[in-house]
Design a protein around this ligand. Structure first.
Ligand SMILES: NC(=O)c1ccc[n+]([C@@H]2O[C@H](COP(=O)([O-])OP(=O)(O)OC[C@H]3O[C@@H](n4cnc5c(N)ncnc54)[C@H](O)[C@@H]3O)[C@@H](O)[C@H]2O)c1
Length: 433
């Protein structure tokens, strides 16, 4: 047996990940060595392209690359950091190869640790999307932000416009999605997300969850990109299991008013999974729990902006029902860090990202009155139909697989949020005067 073949076979025993030799290099290698488990880390798949002109050169490159992969994987992913992972730039790109081609070369479902150089963020001018764009740019990733401004606004990304790596494109992802050039990551975040928005726009919500997801998955497949679907804790409906683990199938009323959002997300999860299993697209699903922070719209109907706005205006805080229903609230920086940790990993999800600290709506309202120093009273309004009574993520999976957990305390997060809303109010009244 040739020395280089022995080297490869020794590498096989190192771990469970797959290294896929590109078709161009296939003829240079022994048939049985096309898919080689290399990295000593669970479930890592990478696509490595190397010069095909010499077999020994290929083996030498493989040894070098896998050594770096092992180092990267241990130091960055296992430690829970979501910074770049993957083989060196010169050998990591498999541009132009569709997810299907890559998938066929391995086992149908590709998970790759290739570098992320260019990302598409749908709904990037919204609350979460704008923070994602910002953090991606901070990590040196180019961002193409697609948004039709249905519930978002260019103002949310105004501060990014001068950034050379940022592009904002007005586009409805339910129509058609075309992005010229390479794309390494697609983050599908476009969708009305607050109950007020999706109750007002039920068809748009169903369309963006179905057609929007279909088109963005098509984009990821075409580009051979990793795909991350923004799903939601609402897929658990009014849960009969508490806290909610990813294995729980949920308790959703498909024909209730909230069904348009919950079922759109459940459908989009099914579609994402089908692309993964039948098309070999490298997908992941994140189930995001209630997130709050700067750039929420004051009037979007969600509890925190509503309470903060009311408290700052000295108006009564409108607590639904008797306020005993619980939510877990996660500060946006923590949520976005968790989302990107998943995006840059090889995990598929569904994975809960949220803060497991649970509090009642009444406690939240009282806290906001205190933090704003307001003299507002607390009033009670009718509980919305099908409003979940409890909501708390089990985040064991994210902690174990990504080393992620929220670090911002509710007090710190709420203080930041109150300060941001107060500054917005101040700026608004200055503009008006
Ligand atoms: N914020 C949360 O607490 C939370 C919780 C769970 C899930 N999520 C999910 O995260 C994503 C973002 O939520 P958000 O809170 O930032 O909401 P948001 O309303 O602030 O942002 C959504 C963005 O999507 C855009 N959009 C909607 N339809 C579109 C279309 N057809 N084409 C292009 N752009 C479109 C909107 O204009 C907006 O900019 C959503 O998918 C939501 O379901 C959010």
């Amino acid at each position: 047996m040739a020395a280089e073949q022995r080297t490869l076979l020794q590498l096989v025993s190192l771990g469970r990940a797959l290294v896929v030799v590109p078709d161009s290099a296939r003829s240079q290698l022994h048939d049985g060595l096309v898919a080689v488990p290399v990295v000593d880390a669970p479930e890592v798949t990478t696509v490595i392209a190397w010069p095909a002109h010499s077999r020994s050169r290929a083996v030498a490159d493989l040894v070098r690359t896998t050594t770096r992969l092992r180092e990267n994987f241990t130091s960055e992913v296992v430690a829970g950091r979501s910074s770049r992972v993957g083989p060196p730039r010169s050998t990591s790109r498999a541009r132009g190869r569709s997810g299907r081609e890559q998938g066929m070369a391995v086992q149908g479902a590709v998970r790759s640790t290739r570098e992320i150089e260019r990302a598409v963020v749908t709904g990037g001018a919204g609350f979460l999307g704008s923070h994602l764009c910002e953090q991606l740019l901070d990590r040196g990733v180019e961002v193409v932000c697609l948004d039709n401004f249905l519930t978002g606004s260019p103002e949310n990304v105004l501060h990014l416009m001068e950034h050379p790596g940022f592009r904002l494109v007005r586009c409805d992802v339910t129509d058609y999605v075309h992005v010229p050039g390479p794309v390494d990551l697609v983050l599908h975040f476009a969708s009305p997300a607050s109950p007020l928005d999706y109750l007002r726009m039920p068809i748009e919500t169903l369309k963006v969850g179905s057609l929007g997801t279909l088109h963005t998955l098509g984009l990821a497949k075409e580009k051979g990109a990793r795909y991350l679907l923004a799903s939601t804790s609402e897929v658990y409906g009014d849960p009969l299991e508490h806290p909610q683990r990813e294995e729980y199938w949920g308790n959703v009323n498909p024909v209730g008013p909230r069904g348009v959002y919950d079922e759109a997300k459940r459908f989009s999860e099914a579609l994402t999974t089908a692309y993964r299993t039948s098309q070999g697209t490298d997908t992941a699903i994140v189930r995001i729990f209630n997130t709050y922070g700067p750039r929420m719209r004051p009037n979007d109907g969600r509890a925190i902006p509503a309470f903060v706005g009311q408290a700052l205006a000295g108006e009564p805080l409108t607590v639904a029902g008797d306020g005993s229903q619980t939510r877990s609230i996660c500060y946006v920086d923590d949520t976005v860090r968790g989302i990107l940790a998943l995006a840059f990993s090889t995990e598929t999800g569904p994975m809960n990202i949220g803060n497991p600290d649970e509090l009642s709506m009444l406690e939240l309202a009282r806290w906001i009155v205190e933090l704003t120093g307001s003299s507002s009273e607390i009033g009670f309004i009718d509980l919305p139909v099908d409003d979940p009574k409890v909501r708390r993520p089990d985040t064991t999976a994210a902690e174990t697989a990504l080393g992620w957990r929220p670090t911002v305390t509710s007090e710190e997060g709420l203080r930041n949020t109150v300060a941001w809303f107060a500054a917005q109010r101040e700026a608004g009244s200055t503009r008006a005067s």
